[in-house]
Design a protein around this ligand. Structure first.
Ligand code: PLP
Length: 393
């Protein structure tokens, strides 16, 4: 069945029914639903474990639609290699290299980009060295760094929640001998704000050139701002830049675990001994198909940004300001401690993001399906009173 044609036909229907039709019908949705049904049938489970499936899952910046049909088919075909160690892997490394216009030796796979971040810590934070990075940013990386006895030099965000490039340069230069690597997440998690192409250039030109800079582009595919650009060209320039990407977000493969680094060969060679190589046969084929299925990626981006615009506009008109985001999540200023609020949402069957100190009066909300966003807004209006609209971020 040609799902994409069905999607575009549906878009012409117009009105609410049409809109909901196109939101619910997407490449691969049917196959995915069948797979879920088949799993439930095979395990004899009629109700989800701990009610998980019934929850609105807006806490982990996932892609709520799952992998598209093209990826499901590629992965299904690859199951025949489940019993093998040595198997054809679809040429995943070569495909990623081609996608970015780099050499295969400039690519390193990870079981999710999270593995690459951990490997960067193990490689570059020996002897108690430190990460320099913004605060808040991807906390899990900082926790891992301290867990392995490395350090983190945290640089506060600017007042508008953008990253303070000059302060990052200063902190790197001041701590030069102790710095293992500089971490730059763009768009940043949890704020969703980008670092512009110009700011990345200023940063790289401002710090000693032998300091590795890890630029985390997990949310790259959701950015619309023309001031943003990928930092892969810096790898081609031979700078000490590691760009990380993931198949967990736009490609809907978080549970399958695949990510990668693009970096100069020398940095890859330093990191590679610390990788586990624990990437499964199935997701390698899924990754190859995902890279080629740009139509599905465009669809996910369009639907996600549309729902983000609608949800944030509704929150603003209810009187709650939202930090402008370029990712598949956003932060809303709730003006009271977030931890108990997360519990209140949980009681209403809506999972939302964890506390991100020091932004403890902001709530991070991932963009789910149209239905999940409706459930979020209903819960929000039950928990919070309407206010006169403000713009205080
Ligand atoms: N980097 C950022 C900024 C993230 O938000 C995440 C996950 O949410 C990751 C990396 C890790 O993603 P994964 O290991 O699924 O590729």
């Amino acid at each position: 069945m040609d799902v994409l044609k069905a999607v575009s036909r549906r878009r012409f229907v117009g009105g609410v029914t049409g809109a909901l039709g196109y939101l619910s019908l997407r490449p691969g949705a049917e196959l995915w639903a069948q797979a879920v049904d088949a799993t439930a049938a095979a395990t004899g489970r009629q109700t989800p474990v701990d009610g998980y499936d019934a929850l609105a899952k807006l806490a982990n910046n996932e892609n709520p639609y799952g992998p598209p049909e093209s990826v499901m088919q590629a992965m299904t075909r690859a199951f025949k290699y489940a019993n093998r160690y040595g198997y054809p892997d679809g040429g995943i490394v070569a495909e990623i290299a081609k996608h970015h216009g780099v050499k295969p030796e400039q690519i390193m796979l990870g079981a999710g980009s999270g593995e690459i971040l951990n490997v960067a810590c193990t490689t570059f934070l020996q002897d108690g060295r430190k990460i320099v990075g913004s605060d808040p940013s991807y906390t899990i990386l900082y926790n891992h760094a301290t867990g392995i006895k490395g350090g983190v030099v945290k640089v506060p965000l600017l007042e508008d929640y953008r990253q303070d490039i000059q302060a990052l340069v200063k902190a790197t230069t001041a701590n030069y001998r102790d710095v293992g690597f500089l971490y730059l997440c763009s768009p940043n998690n949890p704020t969703g704000r980008i670092v512009t192409q110009e700011e990345v250039r200023q940063l790289l030109d401002g710090i000693p050139e032998d300091v590795p800079v890890l630029i985390d582009e997990a949310y790259h595919h959701f950015v619309d701002d023309p001031a943003y650009a990928t930092s892969v060209p810096y790898v081609l320039e031979g700078r000490q830049v590691i760009v990380t990407r993931t198949f967990s977000k736009i490609s809907g493969l978080a549970g399958m675990r695949l990510g990668y680094a693009v970096a100069p060969r020398g940095l890859i060679e330093r990191m590679r001994p610390y990788t586990t190589g624990s990437i499964n046969a199935v997701v390698k084929w899924g990754g190859v198909a995902a890279l080629k299925d740009t139509a599905s990626q465009d669809w996910v981006k369009r639907v996600t940004l549309d729902l983000r615009t609608r949800t944030t506009a509704e929150l603003e008109s209810f009187g709650y300001s939202v930090i402008p985001s370029d990712a598949n999540f956003f932060m809303v200023h709730i003006g009271r401690p977030v931890a108990p609020v997360i519990q209140e949402f949980r009681k209403k069957g809506v999972l939302v993001g964890r506390p991100f100190p020091p932004m403890l009066e902001h709530l991070r909300v991932s963009i789910g399906t149209a239905d999940e966003m409706r459930r979020f807004m209903t819960a929000f209006k039950e928990i919070f009173p309407a206010r006169t609209a403000t713009k205080n971020g």
